[in-house]
Ligand binder design. Structure first.
Ligand code: NAD
Length: 358
């Protein structure tokens, strides 16, 4: 099988590439333009693998994407490339509209032209898998409800609105052109190789440097947390066994308040960082660094996923609990300071200039 992964240098995309290289017998073409969120350090083991190719390409560049389809001849597209940080979408929404909507449109069109030219049985077997977020469903404040695959869309931020728009395009290309599409909507991911602007790595790295641990508002916002490798396993299951045209919600059954996530990280650091050579902070008192900051505008209060469909139909359940996944994550940041240092210093971006196609 030949798999195009878009956004494969990002947090979840790199987990998918690592998972495919370790556990599946397939050829991979990673298409990633390498924005600030793309980091080739997260794929250092992949570049020597003959089953892996990389192209530094913008998914909005339709001609370049068409050439890659023609050259690589994929059986499957796993589309993860996106702008993904809500705060950035509030500051500068334009890039979100461009990559998440226009870029997804370009991917769909080039996939459609390529797919229409395929012979059977490859035409019937082709899949376009769009990876999306639970944020498209909006806010569950004050309810005990869960997001199901039929929950109406009500996105709140420019990020979630742009992802909702991309989901609608993917469904329309499925209905109108019969392009074989599948969509997954997943809850908040955490784990190794996560860019430090996101809550979990930001808190870990600030704590290790003895810096304030910023928490929005009163920290009562609830999210459902999933370990990134569980997400990668779910995506590979959906793309190989999922039903055409279907949507699958993916979640960790781990609803936690943001403040409780921060407390868990502090407690794990108190246990794991003591005496660790990479910790500049002492092994206790991390919670004293917590600082409440002005809430994000339009901040949704609660997201919670009903992941029973993927469990029932495809037999997927997360392997990590919140506690085991968070422990692995904290330990990974302690064991891999060079990854974080290169991100924080900006050095990880130096490689991208020479990161031509291979
Ligand atoms: P990320 O920001 O870490 O990575 C995005 C990747 O896409 C980067 O490598 C970036 O260089 C690349 N990219 C951005 N614009 C591009 C363009 N125009 N052309 C080519 N490549 C481009 O994001 P992530 O957290 O890995 O998320 C991946 C996908 O999963 C996104 O679609 C996101 O909406 C979705 N998702 C994320 C989460 C989460 O918790 N992080 C949860 C559910 C769904």
């Amino acid at each position: 099988m030949k798999v195009i992964v878009t956004g494969g240098a990002g947090f979840i995309g790199s987990a998918v590439v690592r998972h495919l290289l370790a556990d599946a017998d397939c050829q991979i073409l990673n298409i990633d333009v390498l924005t600030y969120a793309g980091n080739l350090d997260s794929l250092s083991g992949a570049f020597d693998n003959p089953r892996y190719q990389f192209s530094q390409t913008d998914i909005c560049d339709a001609a370049a994407v068409a050439a890659l389809f023609a050259q690589f001849q994929p059986d499957v597209v796993m589309h993860l490339a996106a702008e993904s940080h809500v705060d950035r979408s509030i500051e500068e929404p334009g890039a979100f509209i461009q990559t998440n909507i226009v870029g997804t449109y370009a991917m769909l069109e080039e996939a459609r032209h390529y797919w229409q030219g395929l012979e059977e049985p490859r035409r019937e077997q082709f899949r376009f898998h769009h990876i999306s977020t639970d944020e498209v469903y909006g806010d569950l404040e004050g309810t005990t409800k869960l997001f199901t695959e039929t929950t109406p869309y009500a996105p709140s931020s420019p990020y979630s609105a742009s992802k909702a728009g991309s989901d609608h395009l993917v469904r329309a290309w499925g209905h109108t052109f019969s392009l074989p599409v599948i969509i997954t909507n997943c809850s908040n991911n955490y784990g190794p190789f996560h860019f430090p602007e996101k809550l979990v790595p930001h808190i870990i790295l600030n704590a290790l440097q003895g810096k304030p641990l910023p928490v929005y508002g009163d920290g009562s916002q609830i999210r459902d947390w999933l370990y990134v490798e569980d997400h990668a396993r779910a995506l590979c299951k959906v793309v190989t066994e999922g039903k055409l045209g279907e949507t699958y919600n993916i979640g960790g059954h781990n609803e936690k308040r943001n403040l409780d996530v921060v407390h868990t990280i502090c407690e794990l650091l108190e246990e794991l960082a003591t005496g660790n050579e990479n910790s500049r902070a002492s092994g206790n008192g991390f919670k004293e660094l917590i600082t409440f900051v002005k809430d994000r505008p339009g901040h949704d209060a609660r997201y919670a996923i009903d992941a029973s469909k993927i469990q029932r139909e495809l037999g997927w359940t997360p392997q990590e609990t919140f506690e085991s996944g968070m422990r692995k994550t904290v330990q990974w940041y302690l064991d891999n300071p060079q990854w974080s240092e290169r991100v924080l210093s900006g050095d990880y971006r130096l490689d991208r200039i020479g990161a031509a196609d291979e």
